[in-house]
Design a binder for this molecule. Sequence first.
Ligand SMILES: *[C@@H]1O[C@H](CO)[C@@H](O)[C@H](O)[C@H]1NC(C)=O
Ligand SMILES: *[C@@H]1O[C@H](CO)[C@@H](O)[C@H](O)[C@H]1NC(C)=O
Ligand SMILES: *[C@@H]1O[C@H](CO)[C@@H](O)[C@H](O)[C@H]1NC(C)=O
Ligand SMILES: *[C@@H]1O[C@H](CO)[C@@H](O)[C@H](O)[C@H]1NC(C)=O
Length: 678
Amino acid sequence: MIHPRTLRVDYGRVTSVLCVVGSELNVNLHRSAPPSSRFFSVKCTPNVQYSISPPPQVASPLTPIPLSRNSLLLISMNQASQVTNDSKLSVWYYGRNNEVLEKALLHLTAVEISLDVDADRDGTVERNNPNKGSWKWGPNGNGAVLLVNCDSDRRSSKKKPDSERDSTPHVSDLKDMSMMVLRTRGPAKLPEGYKLTMHISQGDAESVRVFRSKSPGAQSNTLQGTLFNIFVKEYPLVLSSKVLSQEVPYIGGEAEMNYYVEGLRFPDKDFDGLVTINLSLLEPICDGLPETPIFTDKVVFRVAPWIMTPNTLRPVEVFVCSTSDNYQFLKGMKDLVAKSGYKLKICHEYVNRGDRWMQDELEFGYIDSPHQRFPVVLDSPRDGQLDNFPYGELLGPDFGYVTRIAQRKDVSSLDSFGNLEVSPPVTVNGKKYPLGRIIIGVAFPTATKGRNMTKVVQDFLWAQKVQEPIALFSDWLLVGHVDEFMTFVPAPDRKGFRLLLASPDAAYKLFRGLQNNGHGQAKLFEGLRDEEQIALDELLSDENLEAENNYVQSCIDWNRDVLKKELGLDDDDIIDLPILFKLLEEEDVKEYRAVAYYPDMVNMIVLGKNLGIPKPFGPRVNGRCALEAEMCSLMEGLGLNCTFIDDFASYHKKLGEVHCGSNVRREPFDLKWWNLEM
Ligand SMILES: *[C@@H]1O[C@H](CO)[C@@H](O)[C@H](O)[C@H]1NC(C)=O
Ligand SMILES: *[C@@H]1O[C@H](CO)[C@@H](O)[C@H](O)[C@H]1NC(C)=O
Ligand SMILES: *[C@@H]1O[C@H](CO)[C@@H](O)[C@H](O)[C@H]1NC(C)=O
Ligand SMILES: *[C@@H]1O[C@H](CO)[C@@H](O)[C@H](O)[C@H]1NC(C)=O
């Protein structure tokens, strides 16, 4: 691993050498021999090992060895020195008749140096892991993990992610950083002129900062050990984008110095997530000339990706907005969340300023490392009236924040995060996606124009790698979000979930069946004050509506095929929900786009086995809403319980439903992302 270093040895004088344990010195004997030498011999003190190449064919070690053009002496030391110059090696040169011509003497000092990280990912910084300088995915992989320090542990007048602060970290911040330990052993001081430096490339320095403890950390090779440093309270900056190289202290004897590496940015289009930090031992040449490195140790980190949580993970908290007109909805949500046993967080009107679309402004995710993990909210460039909620209300101690800044003109409704979902874990043709796959909606691939999710957000999502995204076609919808036609619910069998898809065909089939059974006069929208009721007979005779729904079904079917292929699903993994759409002409673009005809039941909130579903106000048959009955019977088989929430006036009429109006923070996956086989 470490290349031998070539050493010059002059006869007739003493050369002093600093040698790093584990490395080799290489002396070309012929080159440094006096002109008429024919033989040589080597002697040394016990801590020095040497070998001669080519191996000499002589009887005793004391017998002079013939000197040839390629005689090499390889020197190494396997133990650190207690004091400077405590080891010696001499080379004797002999003439034709074995008479001594000259002698070269080496004074050797050995030091042990190891820059260490948690390369085996067990939460502890082990000693000199042979794989610390590379990064490999998988359960048998190696390489340390770094978090973006995007939460806000430090209290100050102005809230900010810690990674954006200029001040040196507070002790509460250290747990969000990755520990790096510089372990050294050797004499009290390095020989005159030698020094240790830590360095990083300009590119990598954009992504990390390195701090160090002001005093050595005794036995603190674990995070708990950092408690030791509470009394120090000072963590000088070592490396940053402005300081690419800095001398670091060498502490004599056996010492450990703790360093803290802070991630500053997530993987993205221009950053694969890997960061290298080097430590070198520099040797002085002479005044005015730069020192040369005689030993370099290298460690590699990967910045943890931002990970989304599918509906199959356990909920922790549910978020909704309170507005002047959504009392009915809020009550339904409160009851459902209480019954399900989770926490409900209400965002009040002075914060939401009338923006009720809690799903659209943000997406909950998390970041994970062997030493720390916390939730991170991805803030959408949508920037509605709820704009300040992710930063102002969610960012905090152990709650991170990330966003991508887009040009205002590039932002469309497709940038709302109702258009950003994630599947449960799947296996596709043998390829495993144990953290699922991200799903977004874009313009139809062949479209020359159309709305898209903005490129900066798409680039960010793709760069996280561990939940490889799938792009669906959602631009056919007026609002344009994938959650308007699909969701996932947990299931006890098969792949552990079902994909639910909105289906006009299923709706027509259900309604025609009811008509055939004599319920043609049953009315939709019964019990709603401001909505005109419509009888099934009338609805089913509307040919325009049917044509529109055929178009919608073909859009959904296109997505269905993509999802089947990209998630490895069979038809039995998919359930079609009876939902109708209608087309509205969008005035500014003179194009027709779809909205739900009655509350869009697929736009539900999934809380374990409890589903909060938009109350569809379908035709009543034998005293029960036929759409609710159908929905319940489809979900019952999966052990799921349907609760219908009246969102008609306050959400449906504003072109959204229960899912659009809520958000769920969920438990992270048990599976560690670094164990993925990539
Ligand atoms: C080590 O040896 C070198 C060369 O002989 C000498 O210049 C130096 O002063 C010595 N250092 C100590 C600390 O003895
Ligand atoms: C770190 O060391 C490696 C090899 O040990 C070298 O290739 C790389 O250029 C070094 N990087 C910096 C920033 O010094
Ligand atoms: C929209 O994004 C998708 C997915 O990244 C891309 O394939 C497509 O070309 C984009 N479409 C337009 C119209 O920009
Ligand atoms: C559904 O919820 C109701 C009321 O909370 C409860 O009585 C019923 O047992 C639940 N059904 C299932 C299948 O969990």
